[in-house]
Design a protein around this ligand. Structure first.
Ligand code: C5P
Length: 219
């Protein structure tokens, strides 16, 4: 039965934004709500999986007892937690909107408004997806997300190969009701063999579609 098709499987999911600290009271963040990642965690747990949900700062709660939530803030913290959890997992789903850059230095004290301008120097963060893709064992699956503004399919296909994903979920920004902060999403699943477009649906139903695909490859 579908309800139990992930029984005995361990799934690691990253969700939400990361916050990169500028000083004790300021950060660089993004608009990710975490809703898609939390919906995926719920669906996996309902279908019998043991879920480790590595979550950036979001306003969401988990209720299912089989979801073990680990709260992190920065890309570096998310990377450390994801690496550890993925080593034990059958599948990883990288749904988080991880910052690509972080301040080279975090000020110890609140930065004062004393100059005419302020230059922040940023350094690149770890690409969690690429790092896990390199460590991936033959029995493990890795699923990524892509949000593109142009040449969507082409860029997503490139990411699929570069990060060693088994499939990638493309969210279209060109579609109303898809992407950040919405309760609905419209996706295309891209595999090496080709792509499948899905209609606009609630994020929970979208999560079911994604987990159907995951389960079909896992078995
Ligand atoms: O390269 P891009 O950021 O568009 O790739 C998106 C995919 O890679 C998503 O699955 C996202 O969660 C993941 N990613 C990551 N760590 C990063 C950047 C992106 O895991 N530092």
């Amino acid at each position: 039965a579908k309800q139990e098709d992930l029984k005995g499987k361990k799934v690691m999911i990253t969700a939400g934004p990361t916050y990169e600290k500028i000083d004790p009271v300021r950060f660089i963040g993004n608009y990710s709500s975490g809703k898609m990642g939390y919906a995926l965690a719920e669906v996996c747990a309902e279908r019998g999986a043991e879920v480790t949900l590595i979550s950036g700062p979001v306003n969401l709660n988990v209720s299912h007892p089989n979801i073990h939530r680990i709260d992190v803030e920065s890309a570096e913290q998310m990377y450390q937690a994801a690496k550890e959890a993925y080593a034990q997992a059958d599948a990883g789903i990288l749904c988080a909107a991880v910052a690509d850059f972080t301040p080279e230095q975090t000020a110890d004290h609140k930065i004062k408004r004393e100059k005419d301008d302020l230059v922040l120097r940023l350094k690149p963060t770890q690409d969690i997806a690429a790092a896990l893709g390199k460590e991936k064992k033959p029995h493990q699956l890795l699923v990524g997300f892509a949000l593109e503004t142009n040449d969507e399919i082409l860029h997503a296909q490139d990411k699929l190969v570069r990060k060693n994903f088994d499939f990638i979920v493309l969210n279209s920004l060109n579609d109303k009701g898809a992407g950040f902060r919405c309760d609905t999403n419209k996706i295309t699943i891209i595999e090496r063999q080709g792509e499948t477009p899905y209609p606009l649906k609630g994020k929970k139903e979208v999560a079911e579609d994604i987990i159907d695909k995951l389960a079909s490859i896992l078995h």
